[in-house]
Design a protein around this ligand. Sequence first.
Ligand SMILES: [Zn+2]
Length: 222
Amino acid sequence: MNTDNGHLVGGLSCGAIEDRKPCGGELYEGNLFGPSTVRIPLCERHAANLYSWSTETYRASPIGRMEEQGLISGHLPGYTYIVQLPNGRIKIGTSVAGRINRRWREITRQYFDKGYREPLKPLAIIQGGASKEAALHYRFRESRIRDEFGEQFNPTTDLILFAETEGIPEEQKSEVPTYEEWWAGYLWKNRATQGSRIEEKLGEVTDPWDFDFPAFPVVSPA
Ligand SMILES: [Zn+2]
């Protein structure tokens, strides 16, 4: 059964088989998943799993193998960034010059909306766009989180060391302060919805990031 916006309502639950039984979980965003010829009902976890599997199989794996064999002489334009997410995991994503911090802001807002109150921690910006991203997704495939959307990776020593070694090149250095400045303002703008917790947080954040906060009255609890 379809609603006006094409989403399914009722009657279908996740059909992924686990331990020889259908999962039965609630349909993720009311959608069916898979190629247009074979659409199947999936819960969020199984939809994320299918997404991870298909991007790894058809995108990351062929490109990653070619890179390992030295068959790639250059990458698509753009940059691949590595950041630590507010949930502690690592994201490897891609953007273009001058817009990397905008992508970071979008991701930060998504986590903020889920209740996280930490900024991203930028670790590396590497030359090469979507093909470089795919090659790195392949290289660190063992650490990939497959049960959730968001192309997240476990913060393994290997991955962190790799990111720290790559670092942020001189010509992209301004992305970090631009982002940090935005974060300070964003946190300040959203303080009203957060009450006193945010004011505590502002105090904490000042140290590691050395933010320049606008002067504001701190109301101490009675
Ligand atoms: Zn399921």
